[in-house]
Design a protein around this ligand. Structure first.
Ligand code: HEC
Length: 109
């Protein structure tokens, strides 16, 4: 009986942790879409891989430039979780540099 109870206890904890994660992801995404699209596409943001300190600096810089962020902490938490330095780099065609390189290449066939 004890085992069953602790099993449910653990299952409940895991569920809560997952739910919180999802909530951060959803609310963070909303905040990002609200605050970070006026001047450039979200690709520029989502293709970065930064540490938490890096994101903090980046978000502060964008706020200084006029980004209308309503929940700075949420946004920094979200960005540093989704686009942290240890996540794999996005596919090559996802970055702006490649787009520029591609369009700069003369299409001589
Ligand atoms: C007031 C306009 C403006 C808003 C709003 C804005 N940015 Fe930017 N952002 C810029 C400019 C200008 C650049 C430089 C663009 C370039 O180099 O092509 C930039 C570049 C970036 C870069 C690339 C690295 C760098 O520093 O050049 C990241 C990452 C970034 N912004 C994140 C964000 C995030 C996150 C938000 C939302 C909080 C945001 N931006 C909102 C103006 C803005």
């Amino acid at each position: 009986m004890k085992r069953i109870i602790s099993f449910f206890g653990i299952a409940l904890l895991v569920t809560c942790a997952l739910a919180q994660d999802t909530q951060l992801a959803e609310r963070g995404k909303q905040e990002e879409q609200h605050s970070c699209v006026q001047c450039h596409s979200l690709r520029l943001v989502d293709s970065q891989r930064l540490s938490k300190a890096g994101w903090e600096k980046e978000v502060n810089k964008m706020i200084g430039w006029g980004a209308p962020v309503s929940d700075r902490q949420l946004l920094v938490d979200y960005l540093s979780q989704q686009y942290s330095a240890d996540k794999p780099q996005p596919p090559v065609e996802f970055t702006q540099t490649t787009a520029k390189q591609k369009s700069a290449t003369p299409s001589s066939k």
